[in-house]
Write a protein that binds this ligand. Sequence first.
Ligand SMILES: [Zn+2]
Length: 127
Amino acid sequence: MGGIVYLVSGDAASAVACCIAGIFLDLDHIIDYLYHSNFKFTVKGFFHTCEGYRLKRFFLFLHSYEILILLWLIFLLRGRDRILLGVNIGYTAHLITDQFANATLPFTYFFTFRLLKAFKNVFRQNS
Ligand SMILES: [Zn+2]
């Protein structure tokens, strides 16, 4: 996505911000896995657990449309910063991709929905 931002805007800083936001959004999976594994991290366990939707709780703090809406409001109200524009594009692309690529329910990536579900599994189950 950063390449597209660069091609359209010609702004390297915005493109880099887009890439960083798009990649670092997934860091919240590590937090969820550490909680699940009692802070015993293994790469194999991480992928087995996360890709199979086997976590005890799905906090996914960064995968939240509420944050995305807030970021776009800040962008619109606070001077339309080009770095924040890149962050917002990367964040938006990431969440939309996850929404359709993962076994989500319609509201899975709303933090409020997950909170109301006590952070229990909010993904479709493969029986
Ligand atoms: Zn993600």
